[in-house]
Design a protein around this ligand. Sequence first.
Ligand SMILES: NC(=O)c1ccc[n+]([C@@H]2O[C@H](COP(=O)([O-])OP(=O)(O)OC[C@H]3O[C@@H](n4cnc5c(N)ncnc54)[C@H](O)[C@@H]3O)[C@@H](O)[C@H]2O)c1
Length: 256
Amino acid sequence: MKVAGKVCVVTGGAHGIGRALCERLLRDGAAAVVVADRDLAAAALVPGGEAVRCDVSREADVLSLVEQALARHGRIDLFVSNAGIAESGGAEASNDSWQRSWEVNVMAHVWAARHVLPSMIARGEGYLLATASAAGLLTSIGSAPYAATKHAAVAFAEWLSITHHEQGIRVSCLCPQGVNTDLLQRAVREPAGRAVLMAGAVLEPAQVADFTVRALEEERFLILPHPEVTTYMNRKAQEHERWLASMRSLQRKVLA
Ligand SMILES: NC(=O)c1ccc[n+]([C@@H]2O[C@H](COP(=O)([O-])OP(=O)(O)OC[C@H]3O[C@@H](n4cnc5c(N)ncnc54)[C@H](O)[C@@H]3O)[C@@H](O)[C@H]2O)c1
């Protein structure tokens, strides 16, 4: 899919990867880019974007976002479920922390699909892009809510791709490793962020956005801006026990 002339909605569009995606979509001639974020003031600072306040952890907000975009533009060609949060800890992390992660990193994608797919299916075309993470294919040292919910986000995107392809719906899943954003800056104080720094290069959000738009043109499902993630995925699939041992070793280094 070429983004020129397309009506796009990007959640978490005010900062980081989402903001870079909005800027890139606008540069490539998108007809409209709705910048949806809980931080409305920052969303309004994306030049050429249409800022909408939306907390993706609330279904009513996601529904209202879709309704506003449809009322204004008559269609949504590309919906990017990008907003995400990284909570640290394991089984001991609070129920609130697990629940927040579940709602923002998974249910927001379900609610977006629930409310945007009917109009896309009626038109016989539409594109859903989910930002998951390399943590959704591999793991996240020190952050079980992030690893588990990002795996669920990948699983849901795969399911949508299988189920709705014949109806003209295309789905991609962006799984970056380290990207230089506020989320990573916060995480480097914790094992999760330090592990990311040890695992490979940190890309700039604009590099991820460029790579993503090229992958959308090819309608590729899995978007992996860090080539090493493909290597790690293959190792995990081929020699799972050895991959677990290498992750334990990475954890030892991170905690040392
Ligand atoms: N930065 C990385 O290293 C990295 C790596 C892999 C995946 N990701 C994923 O990329 C996505 C974007 O992350 P980022 O690094 O740009 O982070 P970021 O913190 O820079 O930006 C996240 C944006 O989402 C918004 N947001 C958060 N919760 C929201 C909510 N409930 N409703 C609406 N908006 C909300 C924030 O206001 C912010 O604008 C996330 O899904 C994240 O998990 C990031």
